[in-house]
Design a protein around this ligand. Structure first.
Ligand code: HEM
Length: 352
């Protein structure tokens, strides 16, 4: 099914219903494709269905302690400036990252230690007065686990946010009326200043644009595979222990019975809506929900709007050559995250 997995599973769900099972050799895969089925997986049976598979391609093997650590790191705003990693990460695939693991981990720890030294005011932090590495070792984390945590953070935290920004910019280019409304809001609230985090609370249309992008292009279209920790009953079916569980958030976000004119990029639909990122409404959970909800959500929901607003507020954007905005290729392909098949190319011109 490869790069089209999310489409194919959405089509199959139209025939076979919101909870399907597929068998490949011994592996059973369960796919939830409606808000009710998503609620069963992510809420009702969260405890039984919140295991993970650890693979070379996606080594997200984090347990409860790691999750708490990530939440703490995110809350303290301790994610380093990722531009320091560009020289190592640029053009590198997952295999490359695994090969350069030691180098990446070493750099990460050095940069992180510096950040922690600067922000050591939070006495409640598990880091206290100790160095990052020292603190983790004293907490009982092994070297391998520490490397794992760092790779998880880098892999999970970089691709997703940049991908959402790219999709958002592509939609804004295709929908110039939306782009102008967003620009007006930014001009009204910010004037000629640079965009700052404190402005975000006053930019509802910007938030709606980000939400609408995440509805149509969730970076985790099938979330990240869950594993059944034990056999359980879901919607009258038996889910055997060790089944793989996918939730097709991409299909739910595009379902016309849930969202009016569902394929249209229309941020207005979020202006008077109570849909948020908390994962309580299963028609809209781009960050997942329950025990496995994305621990980077508080960071991502600031980072993405901040970057998008800065791009829109500071530059005019043009398509190269004679390409018309209506002709932009919006095809995607599935590669754990939902990538734009043709990377977006735009030419910036600084705004006065
Ligand atoms: C717009 C940006 C992002 C989106 C839409 C997103 C979405 C998701 C989704 C859907 C999952 C899987 C939930 C599940 O399987 O039930 C996930 C997991 C995860 N995310 Fe994010 N994410 C984003 C940014 C980030 C950032 C910035 C970080 C790190 C700082 C991060 C760290 C993680 C980690 C570590 C996991 C694995 C959690 C676990 O296995 O328990 N994410 N994310």
């Amino acid at each position: 099914m490869g790069r089209q997995l999310h489409y194919i599973l959405a089509n199959l769900a139209r025939i076979h219903g919101p909870l399907m099972s597929l068998r490949s050799g011994k592996q059973i895969t369960i796919i939830a494709s409606s808000p009710d089925a998503a609620r069963e997986v992510l809420k009702t049976h969260d405890r039984d269905l919140s295991g993970r598979y650890i693979t070379n391609a996606l080594p997200l093997g984090i347990g409860k302690e790691f999750r708490m650590l990530i939440v703490e790191i995110v809350e303290l705003g301790m994610i380093p400036d990722l531009s320091d990693f560009y020289p190592i990460l640029t053009g590198m695939d997952f295999q490359g990252i695994q090969k350069k693991r030691d180098e990446i981990v070493k750099n990460f720890i050095t940069i992180w230690d510096d950040i922690i030294k600067e922000r050591r005011k939070q006495e409640s932090s598990i880091f206290g007065q100790r160095d990052f590495l020292d603190a983790l070792i004293k907490e009982g984390f092994t070297n391998d686990q520490i490397s794992q945590l760092i790779l998880d953070l880098l892999l999970a935290g970089t691709d997703s946010s940049s991908m959402v920004t790219e999709w958002a910019m592509a939609e804004l280019m295709r929908n110039q009326d939306v782009l102008h409304k967003l620009r007006d809001e930014l001009k009204r609230e910010i004037g000629t200043e640079m965009v700052k985090e404190s402005h975000l609370a006053h930019l509802p249309y910007l938030e709606a644009c980000v939400k609408e992008t995440l509805r149509l292009y969730p970076p985790g279209p099938l979330l990240i595979p869950h594993r059944a920790l034990q056999t359980c009953q879901v919607m009258g079916y038996t889910i055997p222990k060790d089944s793989k569980i996918l939730v097709n958030m991409w299909a739910i976000g595009r379902d016309p019975s849930i969202f009016n004119d569902s394929l249209r990029f229309n941020p207005e639909r979020f202006l008077d809506s109570s849909l948020d990122f908390k994962g309580t409404n299963f028609a809209y959970t781009p960050f997942g929900a329950g025990r496995r909800v994305c621990p980077g959500q508080p960071l991502a929901t600031k980072q993405v709007p901040l970057i998008l607003a800065s791009l829109v507020h500071s530059f005019d954007w043009f398509l190269p050559g004679s390409i018309k905005s209506t002709e932009l290729d919006m095809n995607d392909h599935f590669a754990i995250t939902l990538k734009k098949k043709q990377p977006l190319q735009l030419i910036p011109k600084g705004r006065k």
